[in-house]
Design a protein around this ligand. Sequence first.
Ligand SMILES: Cc1cc2nc3c(=O)[nH]c(=O)nc-3n(C[C@H](O)[C@H](O)[C@H](O)COP(=O)(O)O)c2cc1C
Length: 212
Amino acid sequence: MASNTIKQLQWRYATKSFDPSKKLSEEKIDLLKESFNLTATSYGLQPLKMVVISNDATKKDLVSMTMDQKQVAEASHVLVLCIESTITKEFIEGYFDRVEQIRNTPRSILHPFESFLVASFSEKSHNNIKTWMEKQAYLAMGNLLTVCALEGIDACPIEGFEPKKYDEFLDLANKGIQSVLVLAVGYRAEDDFFSALKKVRRGTQEVIIDME
Ligand SMILES: Cc1cc2nc3c(=O)[nH]c(=O)nc-3n(C[C@H](O)[C@H](O)[C@H](O)COP(=O)(O)O)c2cc1C
């Protein structure tokens, strides 16, 4: 018998049609916010923010910037996964401030790693850092997709949108961030044709290499 986790991963699918009358409760949205914040990130730096949109008019306006994908209008909420515009020395120091405060670790113990990270980021190009941050956004997306599946929340991960238009429309530059991915969340429409389709995956034996 399939475990509950596998059952839920089979249950989930990239939802194409949401029931606009079914809204996620405050508790479910809070759970997604907390799950986003608990995502593992490289060095623990969390170069990410998530914009949560529930306003119907705003969601409707997003459709034309999302390759006309109506999921963003019909879903209960649209989550926009964003990266920082840039990583400054102060941003890295902020992480070590939290470690010092939350774990009561003396700064002198943290200092060698802190200086290493500050120096290492100062040597990287902007593009290099941007690519690194985007990878963290994809991790957050994967984490949220799994959490949604386990919580019985329908979701559609969306790469098919125009980030520059989202950034302008949502005034993200003024918040020091830029959009990378979109996740529409809510509840599937009963007549979503895609919900009944079988999963298309390579065989497990094809993608897994067991080594002695
Ligand atoms: C990073 C990423 C971006 C995606 N972008 C879109 C998208 O823009 N529109 C869409 O309908 N589905 C999108 N998908 C959904 C995939 O097509 C879908 O996950 C894949 O076909 C597997 O099907 P399943 O998720 O229903 O099992 C995206 C998935 C991922 C992981």
